[in-house]
Design a protein. Structure first.
Length: 623
């Protein structure tokens, strides 16, 4: 039978249970403003009855209850919702990062504005147009030089602005990698504490909240997925690769990359493998630096190189009022001082490569003339070599267009003397330098005997940059050494022209080598470049370049803002739903405290009654 003092024990258990409930509600209220905190609930159950239903139990009319006990204290959390928020949050931070940086890129373009590259280039063309009308005017020549200087300054400023954004991105990448490593190590440490706590039979609610909060922060930085294999092992993966496994955490490190503006790449610290990120702010930062900003810089460099080349092509064949000819209007810094472009690429002290930007053939061609030969050219491409076939019925223009329409990183055109020009473009692969011809080969004779570039046909006569003095494979063709990385940083008006504006060429020399009075043909030809399809690879004008570049930046910025709004709305709905489930409601907690207080008072009254009953039995019976 039940003890006479069983009531005291039942009352005590009730008091303890209600005390724990009040304490937990107070804990919820205290942490209502703590980031990532989940409200906790006390789970109570009936204490084991005095007699269990077995063959040895005493004969009683039923089980004798022993009150209440606290079974557990659990946090209120929807794990499926947490997984969905984790998967979604990396997209919000991805588009937020892109939106912020594209605002910077748009500010660099500064279009439309009176001090933008486009406006200064418009004024540059206008100065040449004015010179063509007044070729004898010294003031018109001075205007050409001054506006040329303004143009080069604007180009340099845009280049510096884009490179500054790239440097900022690189710094953010390195900082974010450190954050990812820190969060991963903290999560691994918490995993160990959680396992220890659970091993003692506890529910580590606050530790779980801290881990979930860190996981949420990590999910904003990189695209992660979480896996709970069993209660003792919580894993985090990035694109299928383990970042955290139980109490072990991997890390990332950054390494500088040659020919990439001093930028760093992210690798796994333990294997040195390149790390890939498809989302989160780190994925956005890497994509912005290595794709978006790099493409913007390469596009500006391409415009600068072709613009300067085309102006120089006319200017060096013309003469100034002082009869000086053969001068380039714009100059740039060569990548190497060696006249053959020889360069020590592997750093062992011996030249092993040739950095050549342009070949110019020795033979005069006619664009509409059928070539009458056939063969296949092999040119360096984005990934390996690309082939361009030609046939006897093709015209020179057909072959040039076929080269430019290929997927190669080599382009061609006929200069004003109708000589074939083959030049390098920017490189898609970071490991390959921009504006360097890497491979030019012809199984036939279009590049050899016909245009006068290569010494002969076949692989044995191919030009390949992976050796020094590779220009020895040329058949007397003129060549230009590759420019320093980012030529838009260094473009400038020729010093000789700045010192003597009479050297600005407005006309072409006659047979006697002198300029006829009033000859402004060269100035007209340079001014006409403004609206002439001159951008090799894609037949478009310089004005089209500016329109496309500004439109591209604006549209990508708009895309980032639109997707950010969409992702923000989705995340707001998900977080609101989580807060409605796990968040602390002060009014609800106060209501529970009052309820538990009444329960506590009732339990205390029950104990008092039992005490009085026992007092009667002990002290008053038999009196």
């Amino acid at each position: 039978m039940a003890s006479s003092f069983a009531g005291i024990e039942i009352g005590k258990r009730s008091l303890l249970a209600h005390t724990q409930s009040i304490t937990t509600a107070g804990h919820n209220i205290s942490n209502a403003d703590v980031e990532g905190y989940s409200r906790q609930r006390v789970s109570v159950t009936t204490f084991d009855p005095l007699y269990r239903p077995d063959l040895t139990r005493a004969g009683t009319p039923g089980q004798i209850g022993q009150g209440v006990t606290v079974e557990s204290i659990k946090r209120v959390r929807d794990e499926l919702l947490d997984e969905r928020i984790t998967a979604q949050s990396n997209q919000e931070s991805y588009w937020s990062t892109r939106s912020d940086y594209y605002s910077m890129i748009e500010n660099v373009y500064n279009e439309p504005d009176d001090v933008s590259v486009r406006s200064t280039m418009d004024k540059f063309w206008e100065s040449w147009q004015e010179l063509s009308v007044n070729p004898e005017s010294r003031a018109a020549r001075q205007a050409v030089v001054t506006r040329g200087e303004s143009l080069t300054t604007s180009i340099q400023q845009r280049s510096a602005g884009l490179e500054g954004i790239g440097t900022l991105l690189n710094g953010d990448i390195e900082s974010t990698v450190r954050q990812v490593n820190d969060y991963a190590s903290q999560i691994a440490a918490l995993n160990s504490q959680i396992v220890e706590s659970r091993g003692m039979g506890d529910n580590p609610n606050d530790l779980l909240d801290r881990r979930d909060n860190l996981v949420g922060k990590l999910a904003k930085l990189v695209n992660i997925t979480t896996v709970q294999r069993d209660p003792d092992e919580f894993d985090i993966h990035i694109d299928g690769r383990v970042l955290v496994q139980g109490n072990a955490a991997r890390s990332f490190s950054v390494q500088p990359v040659v020919n990439n503006n001093g930028y760093s790449k992210v690798v796994w610290s333990d294997t040195n493998d390149d790390a890939q990120f498809s989302g989160g702010s780190l994925g956005a930062l890497l994509e912005l630096r290595d794709v978006d900003v790099r493409n913007e810089i390469q596009s500006l460099n391409t415009m600068t190189m072709n613009f300067a080349d085309l102006v120089n092509d006319v200017h060096r064949n013309a003469a100034g009022s002082n009869n000086v000819t053969g001068l380039d209007f714009f100059v740039q810094k060569p990548f190497v001082e060696n006249v053959n472009g020889n360069y020590d690429r592997n750093g062992d002290g011996t030249a092993d490569s040739s950095y050549i930007f342009r070949f110019t053939g020795t033979h005069e061609l006619k664009s509409q003339e059928q070539i009458g030969i056939e063969g296949t050219m092999s040119l360096s491409g984005k990934a390996g070599l690309v082939t361009v076939a030609y046939h006897p019925t093709d015209t020179v223009e057909d072959v040039v267009n076929r080269i430019n329409d290929s997927n190669g990183e080599v382009k061609a055109y006929l200069d004003r003397n109708n000589h074939l020009v083959v030049k390098a473009t920017t490189a898609q692969a970071v490991d390959n330098p921009d504006f360097v011809l890497r491979h030019v080969e012809d199984s036939g004779y279009f590049l050899a005997g016909y245009s006068g570039i290569l010494r002969g046909s076949g692989a044995e006569n191919a030009y390949d940059w992976a050796r020094s003095d590779a220009v020895n494979s040329l058949d007397g063709a003129q060549f230009a050494v590759a420019p320093v990385m980012n030529p838009s940083d260094y473009i400038a008006v020729n010093d000789e022209i700045e010192k003597d504006t009479a050297s600005v060429a407005a006309g072409f020399p006659s047979g006697t080598g002198t300029i006829m009075p009033g000859d402004g043909r060269a100035a007209v030809e340079i001014a006409a470049l403004r609206n002439t399809p001159v951008m090799i690879g894609e037949q478009r004008t310089l004005d089209d370049y500016f329109a496309d570049s500004v439109t591209n930046a604006g549209l990508k910025g708009e895309q980032a803002q639109t997707n950010l709004k969409s992702q923000t709305a989705v995340m707001a709905d998900l977080t609101d739903l989580r807060d409605s489930i796990s968040g602390v409601n002060i009014d609800e907690e106060l209501s529970d405290i009052i309820k538990f207080q009444h329960g506590y008072n009732a339990a205390a009254k029950f104990v008092t009654v039992i005490d009085e009953m026992l007092d009667t039995v002990i002290n008053k019976l038999g009196v």
